[in-house]
Design a protein around this ligand. Structure first.
Ligand code: SF4
Length: 396
């Protein structure tokens, strides 16, 4: 963020926070927020332990409003999950399949293109993540992305999580840097943030053994940022982690952002336990989700956007999250497998008008954005034609 922009935003936040009387337990935190001092691990833990969710949500909403006013952003995108075949078997994952499974699939390049073609006239982003395919190396993805850009030059390719990049680099026997560079030159526009889970190696050893380490996740994103590829970052919460793990996770992302300024958006989402191999984990409650969203907004003062990921939260909680510090409600999505196989029932067929309705219900202004948050258009609902009753002029 540019220094001037930060100063304006901070000024507006100070004015907002000092015009309200806050409960005593938040005095120190409000003081830090007002003066631009980043919250500490202890502050984050205190927020997680506080019973006063309303005040936490209100603080987060003030931070969001000081920066984005009443705007809530969405985009018009489609998810294409290119394969569910994966060489790993993360315990929380209900999506992956072994190669010989009856329902294993892989979209060949032509199939992927034809799939995307169905949506290509109205989307401006394809979001593609999938399993770690044992043969698809950098050549495969390079050809795929070139074909996408050739056929649909207006579509931004947001694809491949950090672990997929690591896997492709290793299969191709080249560095992560060179992998990203080749993919960028082939049309890759940005990376989604998936796979961060919890940035703690003890937790990762239990829930996703074999995946990239915490440091590798950060290093891959840092490499992307230094190449000029923007990325998002995520947090999967509600498996086996503690509150301290969650706050530390946020701090590690904040530290990298301080260095590179390459994260666009933070996307926290709760674990959906259906069909996973973590039977003791419980589905997060609505208030827990809202608490995580709010605390993300307060802790991550240098990551501009906080997403209410409706594919995972469901529409109702996502709508509420826009009042608890989130400024983005994701996109039209159209098709999605990963969250839905884990138990999500979020509707997939939302058009712009439906997303705008969700945003309006939360008291916000719907603003369509592109993937990189550099183009914005306020969504104005088309005026409904006035329905007139037709009378048959028979005999009168
Ligand atoms: S989360 Fe990703 S890497 Fe892990 S098993 Fe699922 S598809 Fe594979």
């Amino acid at each position: 963020m540019a220094a001037g922009e930060f100063a304006d935003w901070q000024d507006s936040l100070r004015q907002r926070l000092t015009s309200v009387t806050w409960p005593n337990e938040f005095e120190e935190i409000v003081e830090k927020l007002s003066t631009g001092i980043p919250l500490s691990l202890q502050d984050g833990v205190k927020l997680f332990k506080s019973k006063d969710l309303n005040t936490i949500g209100s603080l987060a909403n003030h931070v969001k409003q000081s920066r984005f006013g009443n705007n809530a952003y969405f985009n018009v995108n489609v998810h294409v999950n290119q394969t569910n075949i994966c060489t790993l078997a993360c315990k929380f994952c209900a999506f992956r399949r072994g190669r010989r499974a009856a329902d294993a699939y892989q979209l060949e390049i032509d199939e992927y293109i034809e799939d995307l073609r169905k949506y290509s006239t109205f989307v401006d982003e394809v979001h593609s993540v999938g399993g770690l395919h044992p043969e698809w190396d950098v050549q495969h993805y390079s050809e795929l992305f070139r074909r996408v850009k050739q056929e649909f030059p207006h579509i931004h390719i947001k694809a491949l999580t950090a672990v997929e990049i690591k896997h492709i680099a290793s299969l191709s026997k080249i560095s992560v840097h060179d992998t990203l560079k080749i993919l960028m030159e082939s049309g890759l526009g940005s990376l989604p943030g998936g796979g961060a889970e919890i940035l703690d190696d003890d937790i990762r050893e239990i829930i996703c053994r074999g995946k990239e380490s915490s440091q590798e996740y950060l290093d891959i994103h840092k490499t992307a940022h230094l190449l000029g590829i923007p990325t998002n970052c995520t947090m999967l919460f509600g498996t086996i982690e503690t509150i301290e793990h969650r706050v530390n996770h946020m701090l590690r992302l904040r530290d990298l952002q301080q260095e590179t300024d390459g994260f666009q958006c933070f996307v926290p989402y709760p674990f959906l336990p259906d069909d996973s191999r973590l039977p003791d984990a419980q589905l997060a409650t609505g208030t827990e989700i809202l608490r995580v969203v709010s605390i993300s907004r307060l802790m991550l003062n240098n990551i501009p956007h906080i997403k209410a990921y409706r594919m995972n939260f469901g529409d109702n909680i996502a709508e509420l999250a826009l009042q608890f510090g989130a400024d983005d409600i994701d996109g039209t999505v159209q098709k999605e497998s990963i969250m839905h196989l884990a138990g999500s029932t979020a509707p997939l067929d939302h058009d712009k008008a439906m997303l705008a309705k969700l945003v309006n219900n939360a008291g916000c202004v719907p603003v369509q954005r592109n993937t990189t948050y550099s183009e914005f258009t306020e969504y104005i609902a088309p005026v409904e034609p006035v329905k007139r009753s037709l009378r048959m002029a028979v005999g009168d």
